[in-house]
Design a protein around this ligand. Structure first.
Ligand code: COA
Length: 163
């Protein structure tokens, strides 16, 4: 992991970094056909959520928007920064505030499904036609706070002490 990563947070009601998060989301949508939420939905959901953002200098390299019930609305890592632990770090940030977290992932999004499976998320159900474009989703959950804290313990220590 890069030593120059800074974590910023937009608390509920704040959208200081929303424009940059939207730009990253749109870049990923154009390239990969995922994260297709429309702007009005995105901006409203982003503002209500706790948004964890990772910056390398002035560059946003990833973010996660987490609802107050622990549901991950958006999770995105810049394509050129994948595989460096940023996605896991964002999930760990969500876990610091919630015992259990959940999300939907597109059934065709094999990368995200493998990532969530790797981190220990359970598939609770498949929902046909979940997305506006007719796409199916899986509903996933990472639960059991105590054992998770243990699993992510080393990570938390690293997050807290920082680089
Ligand atoms: C899914 C996503 C957030 C993963 O981010 P990332 O920063 O590349 O993931 P990490 O580097 O933190 O990976 C964490 C672990 O998951 C594993 N992993 C990540 N992507 C994986 C994949 N496609 N297949 C298998 N394992 C994967 C890593 O090997 C790593 O394992 P380790 O902890 O044993 O080393 C990123 O690929 C992304 O932004 N995708 C596009 C947007 C998206 O689909 N978001 C989810 C919408 S539901």
């Amino acid at each position: 992991m890069s030593v120059n990563v800074e974590t910023r947070v937009d608390a509920p009601g704040s959208a200081e970094f929303a424009a940059e998060a939207w730009e990253l989301k749109e870049r990923i949508r154009e390239r990969e056909g995922v994260l297709k939420q429309r702007r009005a939905f995105f901006v409203d959901a982003y503002r209500r959520a706790t948004d964890h953002l990772l910056y390398e200098g002035d560059d946003l390299v990833g973010f996660a928007s987490v609802r107050r019930d622990g549901y991950i609305l958006f999770l995105a890592v810049a394509p050129e920064r994948r595989g460096e632990g940023y996605g896991k770090r964002l999930v760990a940030a969500a876990l610091q505030d919630h015992d259990s977290i959940s999300c939907h992932a597109r059934a065709s999004n094999e990368g995200a499904l493998s990532f969530y499976d790797h981190l220990g998320f359970e598939t609770l159900r498949r929902i046909n036609g979940y997305y506006e474009d007719g796409g199916d989703a899986y509903y996933l959950r990472l639960g059991d706070g105590a054992s998770l804290r243990e699993k992510f313990a080393e990570f938390f220590r690293r997050s807290v002490t920082g680089p």
